[in-house]
Design a protein around this ligand. Structure first.
Ligand SMILES: CC(C)(COP(=O)(O)OP(=O)(O)OC[C@H]1O[C@@H](n2cnc3c(N)ncnc32)[C@H](O)[C@@H]1OP(=O)(O)O)[C@@H](O)C(=O)NCCC(=O)NCCS
Length: 216
């Protein structure tokens, strides 16, 4: 179902069982400033997976692939050259910037900001208003081009509400970042970190590990 008010750019691959709601825009080419550091190129058409839903007012760019049964929430945005796995949820008002990969079943809750060149693996949980970053030089010096990298959030990791992930940090498998933490260095697998700068508080309870819920 494609709402009358939705805009679907030519070439966009939309399987029959997709839902595109009012005022959504799917398959738009990026419009970059002449000074943008993102690649200036025409990108291939957007590809939506079967059963995908693009909700009211959401914008999904060309050059991206959404897997099966993805839900892009109201007013959320997914930019160009992203690869979004099956069953991913992009919460209301969230922004996934260009060249980012999101693994299957990952949940990104409302108003999260996922920076360009980030990797979120499978079964990751990103709480509301999480912020991520990719440039320690904030647009100055040539080094910013060499070192530009968003965070890598490994399989099953969870990032709490309002947490901040600094450029290139790695959040280990099944790690847990507490609410409001500022993560400035890598977090080992299966530990809880809290505070600014984030420090290890304890191990994740075994009952919360994915392997435990998969067993249950
Ligand atoms: C980390 C968390 C799970 C609590 O874990 P816990 O083991 O029960 O921790 P406790 O409440 O016993 O606190 C232990 C210590 O860590 C501190 N602490 C706990 N959470 C903290 C946080 N988010 N930031 C800073 N310090 C924190 C406590 O103040 C306490 O410090 P103290 O020993 O000096 O008194 C919880 O605080 C949290 O951050 N939850 C995330 C919720 C969230 O974002 N959910 C997203 C979906 S809505």
């Amino acid at each position: 179902m494609i709402a009358d008010t939705a805009i679907v750019f030519p070439g966009t691959i939309v399987p029959d069982d997709c839902t595109i709601l009012d005022y959504a825009v799917v398959g738009k080419q990026p419009t970059l400033s002449a000074r943008s550091t993102a690649k200036q190129e025409e990108v291939p058409p957007l590809e939506l997976g079967p059963g995908t839903v693009v909700s009211i007012g959401a914008v999904v760019f060309a050059g991206t692939r959404l897997g099966a049964r993805v839900i892009v929430g109201d007013q959320a945005c997914v930019r160009e050259r992203c690869d979004i796995g099956d069953d991913v949820v992009v919460g209301r008002g969230s922004l996934i910037e260009n060249d980012t990969t999101v693994g299957a079943r990952t949940k990104i809750q409302a108003m999260a900001y996922v920076t360009a060149y980030a990797t979120l693996e499978e079964d990751v949980f990103i709480a509301p208003c999480v912020q991520t970053s990719n440039d320690n030089f904030m647009g100055r010096t040539e080094r910013r081009h060499e070192l530009r990298k968003g965070p890598t959030v490994r399989r099953g990791a969870r990032v709490g509400v309002g947490a901040v992930l600094c450029p290139a940090v790695e959040i280990g498998e099944e790690a847990f970042v507490g609410a409001g933490a500022v993560v400035v260095k890598d977090v080992p697998p299966r530990v809880v970190v809290v505070g600014n700068p984030a420090r290890i508080l304890r191990d994740v309870s075994p009952g919360e590990l994915l392997s435990a819920s998969e067993r249950a």
